[in-house]
Design a protein. Sequence first.
Length: 235
Amino acid sequence: MIDPRTPATNDEELLNAESGSVLTTRTEHERLERIEHELAHGFSVLAQVGPAVSVFGSARVPADDPIYEQARLAARLIGQAGFSIITGGGPGVMEAANRGAREAGVRSVGLNIELPFEQAQNPYVDVGLNFHYFFTRKVMFVRYACAFVFFPGGYGTLDEMFEALTLIQTRKICDFPVVLFGSGHWAGLIEWAQEQLVGRRMIAPEDLGLMRICDDPAEVVEIVKTGALLQAVAT
């Protein structure tokens, strides 16, 4: 039998607590206290952010990639329209969006996450928070945003995208734009969803309309502004 190892992250310690594969380093009470602290601290720090847009995309996009510049421009235009920018605080698309926010003179928020491989906060974050747990961090992305913008990315980007769509589909959040930037990147996914999900009646045809695909940063801003207006009317 293999001895349990030290967990690499607090998420692993929590989620594998019953498996016996990692050491238990905290009591349930200590875990709950940490979770409560992360939520309370996030609520306190972000309470003054104002209307914001959460921007997602790959951490592996270099600064000379066209996607980086498109994310930077989109974030700058969103900022000039009066919205703060929230990202995961890391490199790649996240850095580009925080950089655009900085250039627009609006709050540039980074919600960093503890990972087994260290993710350094990018230098364009003005308001930075560090999270041990993915699920507490996800609450902040949604609670303080009025729209999500997704640039090409990997599993993390897809995870956030499908969670947002699920929240909208189940009416946990309403009138919440989900913008997918880069039609060439997303076209295959939409085609698959049309064929496999709509075609097999796993989602309704109108559920595909919860996503908007565009290639123009200026169009992103118009979608965000329209969504914010609908939310304001609803309240």
